[in-house]
Design a protein around this ligand. Structure first.
Ligand code: LIP
Length: 282
């Protein structure tokens, strides 16, 4: 049985190559459509949760290359890839994060590829905290965010850092909402409580973009619930390697169901704010 391959530099180079190749192909396909012509698509968890031919093609490309180059790795993809492995590395893939934006020809979408350690050496608190290498590529702006564990985070090869804000009232805060209407009702109540407390709210439509925006200081904070590992595994590594703090709403390990990422100087204030807002809604 192959030993876990934690050559994080090689894993990062592969993640970066595949994110760029898949994202570039999706952008080319999108731009070949006539203005105002949406791509063919189906829906998943709800009528507002789309999947396009380009999501599927991007995931198929990434999976085929991973199977060719690293056949013993596990693979988990948003569009159905689900392969077990024996190498100690699992790939978590979001071929197009921000699919609704892609459908509407809005620019905020990306390809996210994370190599996650499954043998407990990187983190004992679940796969989303165990990425050893991650790449998030934004094709419309040709921006490659990348990180490998312990080596910092970069944007197009330049080191990046989370912001130094220390007052939550000055924290530009990203968030997102579920495809399920009942969940959005509660999320709307929560954001209504937060809006007067933070600087302002931004809703990009892509968790991975929100996470790398915190990494680059383009957002001071980001929180969301009801995500999936593929939305956040790469972006979470990039944000923490850029000096951001990350946790669940209650201060435990970040998870798909509960994620708060922010500049270190406002994390505790943000957790207190979220707790007070949740208590006010109880
Ligand atoms: C999206 C997330 C985003 C969330 C959206 C959607 P998708 O993922 O990245 O943060 O608010 O509702 O889930 O579906 O575009 O891959």
């Amino acid at each position: 049985m192959p030993h876990a391959d934690h050559d994080s530099q090689a894993l990062l180079e592969l993640a970066t190559r595949l994110a760029r190749e898949a994202g570039t192909a999706a952008l080319t396909g999108r731009r070949n459509l006539a203005i105002g012509q949406p791509p063919a698509h189906d829906t998943k968890s709800s009528a507002t949760d789309p999947v396009t031919e380009f999501d599927r093609a991007a995931e198929a490309h990434i999976v085929a290359e991973l199977q060719r180059v690293r056949p013993h790795d596990a693979i988990v993809g948003e569009e159905g890839a689900n392969q077990s492995g024996t190498s100690g590395i699992a790939w978590h893939i979001d071929p197009i994060d921000g699919t609704a934006n892609f459908l509407y020809d809005l620019p905020a979408w990306c390809t996210s590829v994370a190599a996650v350690s499954t043998d407990g050496t990187a983190s004992s608190t679940g796969s989303v905290n165990a990425a050893v290498a991650g790449a998030v590529y934004l094709p419309v702006t040709d921006e490659m965010f990348a990180a490998r564990r312990g080596a910092g985070a970069t944007l197009n090869g330049e080191r990046i850092a989370a912001s130094t804000v220390t007052d939550v009232s000055m924290a530009l805060t990203g968030t997102g909402f579920s495809y399920v209407a009942d969940r959005r009702r509660g999320q709307a109540d929560l954001v209504r409580q937060l809006l007067p407390v933070v600087r302002d709210i931004r809703r990009s439509g892509s968790a991975a973009i929100d996470l790398v925006s915190v990494a680059a200081g383009r957002l001071d904070a980001y929180y969301e619930q009801y995500l999936n590992s593929w939305d956040m595994a790469a972006g979470l590594l990039i944000a923490t390697e850029a000096g951001a703090r990350a946790s669940s709403f209650d201060g435990g390990p970040a998870s798909e169901s509960s994620l708060v990422t922010s500049a270190a100087g406002v994390h505790d204030q943000l957790l207190t704010t979220l707790a007070e807002a949740s208590a006010a809604l109880a």
